[in-house]
Design a protein around this ligand. Structure first.
Ligand SMILES: Nc1ncnc2c1ncn2[C@@H]1O[C@H](COP(=O)(O)OP(=O)(O)O)[C@@H](O)[C@H]1O
Ligand SMILES: [Mg+2]
Length: 270
């Protein structure tokens, strides 16, 4: 049963003194995973000044099986933005696409392929599709709260992130005059998943392919390929064009790791 959080229940929660009571009062709208129980008990013992923060944090931040509450909506949006999703795409849904496309994406979720290469002309919905997959993941694995020595923080259980390749190259270029270490750090960050379920790299091939661009891309893609890190790439280039413009080394790794999806149709921006 879905249940709306009323102000009254917030007051109720403030009076909770032990974990059974908390669970009892929150079971209709909080999802608390068993792993968190120890942390939760500890937080309850500390109560005091942290208690109100804790309760407010729960109500504002925890997944609620009810989307009528405005604060929760805002929070969902905040989470999605923090995954790198640009505002324009916040409402992208996998249902926006025909069955043939969603079936093809299944290979990615069923682990048959560790990557997806979504290609097609401008405006056909490549970015929209990639983001709908991040949002789908978000909705099936909503953030949970975890306690760390009495402080709570939001955990995003292996959620996915969106990155535009243009921004990644800019970030690396900006690190140049700092130190070699920071360049390596940034490349490492995009070569690994580090607790994220998959990364989206948007707009492969938009950059003028200098030797530096090709070498940097190769490093990232080759490491992801070798370690089978889940990756979604969008591009206006097909594999042959990627091979011609960005090197056959990059194209062959993408061919090895990705299910290829060709999006067709008219330019939706026009
Ligand atoms: N299947 C769809 N349903 C509804 N809107 C869509 C769909 N595909 C794309 N759009 C919208 O059309 C615009 C262009 O799509 P986008 O994904 O940016 O195209 P591309 O990345 O292929 O250039 C965006 O505003 C996007 O939200
Ligand atoms: Mg796009």
């Amino acid at each position: 049963m879905l249940q709306t959080i009323q102000e009254a229940s917030i007051q109720d929660l403030r009076k909770v003194t032990n974990i059974d009571e908390l669970l009892n009062k929150t079971q209709n709208f909080l999802r608390i995973v068993p792993d968190n129980m120890d942390y939760l008990s500890e937080a309850l013992e500390r109560k005091g000044s942290q208690w109100n923060d804790f309760i407010n944090g729960l109500l504002v931040n925890l997944p609620v099986y009810n989307n009528t509450l405005k604060t929760i909506h805002l929070d969902k949006e905040k989470h999605l933005l923090s995954l790198g999703i640009p505002k324009r795409f916040l409402s992208a849904k996998i249902e926006d696409f025909p069955q043939s496309i969603t079936d093809a994406c299944e290979d990615f979720f069923s682990q048959r392929k560790e990557g997806l290469l979504i290609y097609g002309n401008a405006g056909v919905g490549k970015t929209h599709l990639a983001i709908s997959l991040i949002i789908q993941r978000y909705l099936t694995k909503m953030p949970i709260i975890q306690f760390d020595f009495g402080n709570y923080r939001i955990m995003r259980p292996q959620q996915a992130e969106f990155h535009s390749l243009t921004d990644i190259f800019l970030e690396i270029r900006n690190s140049f005059n700092k130190s070699e270490k920071s360049e390596k750090k940034i490349i490492d960050k995009y070569s690994e998943n580090e607790g994220r379920f998959f990364l989206v790299f948007d707009d492969l091939g938009v950059e003028k392919p200098s030797d530096w661009i090709i070498q940097t891309l190769y490093m990232i893609i080759d490491r992801r390929y070798r370690n089978m890190h889940k990756t979604i790439i969008t591009s206006n280039l097909n594999l042959d064009e990627i091979s011609a413009q960005l090197s056959d080394r990059i194209a062959s790794r993408l061919a090895g790791m990705c299910k290829i999806i060709n999006l067709r149709g008219k330019d939706r921006r026009l």
